[in-house]
Design a protein around this ligand. Structure first.
Ligand SMILES: C[S@@+](CC[C@H](N)C(=O)[O-])C[C@H]1O[C@@H](n2cnc3c(N)ncnc32)[C@H](O)[C@@H]1O
Length: 439
């Protein structure tokens, strides 16, 4: 139930479900309302902050009239002071996971096109969003901060382009952000900070982007200038530690650039690796042993497959083709794997994958944008017996599963992880097999 207040910009409502972006969703006069900082079930007064769309409005809580029993004192100081880091720090950890499980079901239904029967067959109603480790704090081993005009490092503000300095975020590992105020930093730059496998810290300062000349007037010219500004190479300076940081999974160690990609949660690489292996085994194993690890980075998931190759339920792994566009990640892979099983390929997944030997198993771990129709078309054309799809944006993940459905694959199992505690983000991993499978 919702009512409009005297002030047309303020509303009172009781949202009843969670949205993918961390908001609570309610209704007002037939329109959907996304409310920031509210928990489904509680009665709130909110201010409309965006009324530009026909079908929905966005609002922000200004008063909690009837609080949810799951509301807690936010444990992230930076988020309390306006940083965009821990946007669900005001919800108890367990309840946040329940809300995320609802978001997974919702995304699969609305975006993935899964009907009630299909969701039941997958056991989605009872699929939890599983935590990695016991704690919701101190989990992050890689972070990126901004540097404000006074040269102080801080989290990026939730709104606008400001920096929230002087307030610590609850997500990074203990000590990761200690003593940053003592550093001499360049205003407008960024800091990449990594806690490595031995507890060592590495800090790289990335110089501010240089201004670029606008080639044309208007909004399009501004957008082009912003894109060119973001894409230009920026100088880097090692402030502490070194330019690469060691990360370990099992017995294998990778040297990963501090400014490069590695999973943010310390437990994520091992958990995802184990999950991929389990799903491949449950879906029938590796067949003749040709595996594609697309968007493979430094080959963490390739390593997980190789480590248990030969297990009765998995079978042998003859070759893993790791494909990625990042030269540094592939160099780290080449330095780590000396077993002759891993072959690295640099380039766009859609182009490179079309030229690889026919796979038995394809693993995809795309960035937040998902894999999309072109890549999924290439994968389906290669006709693998098992596909394992990893997604860090549940909406795009659900869309990709629907695209695989259009290509004749069906989802056999889905697992979801709370790999970014205190935030609304969710990681999900699905195993797919041909809808009319041959073996
Ligand atoms: C989410 S990361 C996964 C990396 C790796 N699987 C891991 O767990 O460490 C996504 C990777 O995709 C790569 N990437 C993004 N877009 C790409 C594209 N169009 N073609 C090839 N690689 C891409 C990035 O460089 C990054 O390494």
């Amino acid at each position: 139930m919702s009512t409009t207040d005297d002030d047309a910009r303020e509303i009172v409502l009781r949202p009843d479900r969670p949205a993918n972006g961390g908001e609570a969703v309610g209704r007002l006069d037939g329109r959907v309302v996304f409310v920031r900082d509210a928990i489904p079930g509680e009665l709130v007064r909110a201010r409309i902050v965006d009324d530009s769309r026909e079908r929905f409005v966005r609002a922000e809580v200004i008063e909690i009239i009837e609080p949810s029993p799951f509301r807690v004192e936010p444990i992230c100081d930076a988020a309390r002071h306006g940083a965009g880091c821990c946007d669900l720090a005001f919800v108890s950890l367990e309840h946040a996971r329940d809300l995320k499980a609802q978001v997974v079901r919702d995304a699969l239904g609305r975006i993935g096109g899964f009907g009630a029967d299909a969701l039941d067959d997958l056991g989605i109603a009872s699929t939890p969003v599983t935590g990695l480790g016991d704690s919701g704090t101190g989990w992050r081993v890689r972070t990126r901060l901004g540097i404000d005009s006074a040269g102080r490092a801080g989290m990026h503000a939730r709104h606008g382009s400001g920096i929230v300095a002087g307030h610590s975020c609850a997500a990074p590992e203990a000590g990761m952000l200690a003593g940053l105020d003592d550093l001499e930093l360049t205003p407008g730059g960024d800091l990449a900070i990594v806690a490595d496998m031995d507890g060592g810290r590495h800090i790289i300062e990335i110089a501010p982007p240089r201004p670029v000349r606008r080639a044309r007037r208007g909004a399009r010219g501004a957008a082009q200038a912003t894109r060119r500004r973001r894409e230009q190479p920026r100088a880097q300076r090692v402030v502490e530690g070194s330019a690469t940081a060691p990360h370990r999974v099992g017995d294998r160690i990778w040297q990963i650039p501090v400014t490069g990609f590695w999973q943010a949660h310390r437990a994520a690489p091992a958990t995802y690796g184990q999950t991929v292996v389990d799903l491949v085994a449950a879906a029938g194993g590796c067949g003749d042993g040709v595996v594609w690890d697309l968007y493979g980075g430094a080959g963490v998931l390739a390593g997980a497959m190789i480590d248990v190759a030969g297990r009765a339920d998995l079978g042998s792994v003859a070759t893993v083709h790791v494909v990625d566009s990042d030269a540094a990640a592939l160099a780290a892979a080449e330095a780590t794997f000396d077993d002759g099983i891993v072959e690295v390929h640099r380039g766009e997944v859609a182009t490179v994958a079309a030229q690889l030997p026919t796979p038995d198993v394809v693993i995809l771990d795309p960035p937040r944008t998902g894999a999309g129709a072109a890549v999924i078309g290439v994968v389906a054309d290669a006709d693998p017996d098992v596909i394992v799809h990893v997604g860090c944006d549940i909406g795009r993940f659900a869309r990709d599963l629907a695209l695989f459905g259009d290509q004749g694959y069906r989802v056999q199992e889905i697992r979801a992880f709370d790999a970014f505690p205190l935030t609304h983000h969710i990681e999900a991993i699905a195993a797919l097999v041909p809808a009319h499978r041959r073996r």
